[in-house]
Design a protein around this ligand. Structure first.
Ligand code: NAD
Length: 260
């Protein structure tokens, strides 16, 4: 279904990004992988995707806090595959603290990785998409792009910002064959969330299982985690011809979180 298309997925060495990368590869897209982690494990993942799905995959170590490295990641996609058709801005981090105690360096890091990196990668990728008259930009927002939670000031600000970026890019590209949307997941059981579960368990003196249930049920009426595979399928749908007129939206996949 995505045969011959070339995709960049930022933060694809773990969690949701890896789930999206696998799904796009399974549907035939070539990939630029990106994110931090053990070099050997990343190489295994890259080679595994090529072997399992018969696609080409390359790895960019670009740090999403650095606009020049982001531009180099887009250049790598173009030099490896000829163009960039799909851009998934997924890399993200979290830090929780009340507003008064929120460390300035965490504020800057979250805004840079979760928000500004999407702007810089879109800026670098758009000329290639315009030239081809085709593009699919998918920003991974969050339920926190639509509603707030206490102690997540930088994350909520960044994710609301991502929803805004998508709307502006959708307007500027309308009718060109390019779409830009935000996927807004609820809780997904990834390393990013595992850290929050562990913090809750130690703060409240409860087990990891109890903390996991408590965290999930406080926000997500389904009481079930969203999976990276489900988000991958949604991303693949947004890349399909059926989604050509879907642009500028913020699409929740959140077990009912934002219906409340
Ligand atoms: P994760 O920690 O499993 O993965 C994060 C990825 O981002 C990793 O590959 C990591 O190496 C990469 N990354 C971090 N800093 C980077 C940097 N400076 N440069 C390049 N790569 C960097 O987290 P996840 O839960 O899979 O989160 C992925 C995205 O989904 C994030 O944007 C997050 O905000 C969003 N999200 C997650 C959830 C959830 O419940 N897990 C819910 C909604 C939205």
């Amino acid at each position: 279904m995505l045969n011959g298309l070339n995709a960049i997925v930022t933060g694809s060495t773990s969690g949701i990004g890896l789930g999206i990368a696998k799904m796009l590869a399974a549907k035939g897209a070539n990939l630029v992988l990106n994110g931090f982690g053990d070099a050997e494990a990343i190489e295994q993942e890259r080679a595994g995707l090529e072997a399992d799905y018969g696609i080409k995959a390359v790895y960019s170590s670009a740090d999403m806090t650095k606009p020049d490295e982001i531009a180099a990641m887009v250049d790598l996609c173009v030099s490896s595959f000829g163009t960039v058709d799909i851009l998934v801005n997924n890399a993200g981090i979290q830090h929780t603290a009340p507003v008064e105690d929120f460390p300035a360096e965490k504020w800057h890091a979250i805004l840079a990785i979760n928000l500004s990196s999407a702007f810089f990668s879109i800026q670098a990728a758009l000329p290639h998409m315009r030239q081809k008259g085709f593009g699919r930009i998918i920003n991974i927002g969050s339920a926190h792009g639509l509603v707030a939670s206490a102690h997540k000031v930088a994350y909520v600000a960044a994710k609301h910002g991502v929803v805004g970026i998508s709307k502006v890019v959708a307007l500027e590209t309308a009718g060109t064959g390019i779409t830009c949307n935000t996927i807004c997941p609820g809780w997904v059981h990834t390393p990013l969330v595992q850290k929050q579960i562990e913090a809750m368990a130690s703060e409240q003196g409860i087990s990891i299982e109890e903390a996991s249930d408590k965290l999930l049920c406080a926000k997500q009426p389904s009481g079930q985690f969203v999976t990276p595979e489900q988000i991958g399928e949604l991303a693949a749908f947004l890349c399909s011809p059926a989604a050509a007129q879907i642009t500028g939206i913020a699409l929740p996949i959140d077990g009912g979180w934002t219906a409340q």
